[in-house]
Design a protein around this ligand. Structure first.
Ligand code: SAM
Length: 278
């Protein structure tokens, strides 16, 4: 049954504050499961199960699905929708309050899992941060997000952001598929895209001795928008301009560049050049 009919039947109104735009297009749901390459040995964490449309597609392909949903009004709907799938465990929780690794270990007996989700837009960045910064990381994440966010995640030097650097540090990002706004109910104001992030199992793609220092430098660089990197770093790290310019030159980064133009490798070189001052 489509989400509108289901919600009407259970007399539940969608809550915009929880990012409730339900995917109503069966073709798009099947395509997401294909992009995620979910197979019979896979354990999947689904975030924001909603009315269970994606959950059911996942359950048909995966070994086990742990489906997390924060809205208690949707739990009876979900229970009914997944009743014929014994491989689904439903968890009523706020994903930002749970430790995903512990949850998977407890409910699926493994810390090897992937994430598939049509994410509530308002907490996309917070969820990504939580899942990527805290091991055990998912092996891959297949996420339906606002199209503009998908493009930001996959950005190249020239259009980088703190979010893009943070995500690309942990995984290879690719925008796999676009989904028109009309595929959702209620229809959001913007199109969406499915983005797949394959996390690096052997560490980041660039050599980083100290992850904390790396992110301190990146955060400082992006801290003052549209400023030249030398000013952003001096301000953000509380350093003298002369020391920053010297480090930039040693790292081969022109002091007049802006943070959004730097590659991951350049951020790494810059962190190394600044080390004595951090
Ligand atoms: N998976 C469904 C689908 O594809 O139609 C629903 C997707 S809807 C965009 C996002 C879902 O995430 C909603 O059901 C919402 O209640 C849920 N949600 C919002 N914030 C959440 C949170 N902090 N933790 C868990 N679920 C959340």
């Amino acid at each position: 049954m489509n989400p509108k009919k289901l919600l009407d039947y259970f007399d539940v109104a969608p809550k915009q504050s929880l990012g409730q735009n339900f995917l109503a297009d069966p073709g798009a749901l099947a395509h997401i499961v294909d992009i995620a390459e979910v197979g019979p040995d896979d354990v999947v964490l689904e975030i924001g199960a909603g009315t269970g449309a994606l959950t059911r597609h996942l359950a048909g392909a995966a070994k086990r699905v742990i489906a997390v949903e924060v809205d208690s009004r949707l739990i009876p709907i979900l229970q009914e929708q997944i009743a014929s799938f014994p491989n689904v465990v439903l968890v009523e929780a706020d994903i930002l309050e749970v430790n995903a690794g512990e949850l998977m270990q407890t409910l699926a007996g493994t810390e090897t899992f992937q994430v598939v989700a049509n994410l509530p837009y308002y907490i996309t960045a917070a969820i990504l941060r939580r899942l990527l910064e805290n091991p055990p990381r998912p092996t891959r994440l297949t996420l339906t997000v606002q199209r503009e966010v998908a493009e930001r995640l996959a950005a190249q030097p020239g259009d980088m952001s703190l979010l893009a650097v943070s995500v690309q540090f942990y995984g290879r990002v690719r925008v796999a598929h676009r989904i028109k706004a009309g595929a959702f109910w209620p229809t959001p104001g913007v199109d969406s895209a499915v983005v797949r992030i394959d996390t690096y199992t052997d560490g980041p793609p660039v050599p980083v001795d100290d992850e904390r220092q790396f992110f301190r430098v990146v955060r400082a660089g992006f801290g003052q928008k549209r400023k030249q990197i030398k000013n952003a770093l001096a301000g953000g790290l509380g350093l003298e301009a002369r020391a920053v310019v010297e480090a930039l030159e040693r790292a081969g980064v022109a002091p007049s560049r802006r943070a959004e133009t730097l590659s991951l490798a350049e951020w790494t070189a810059l962190t190394a050049a600044l080390r004595e001052h951090l």
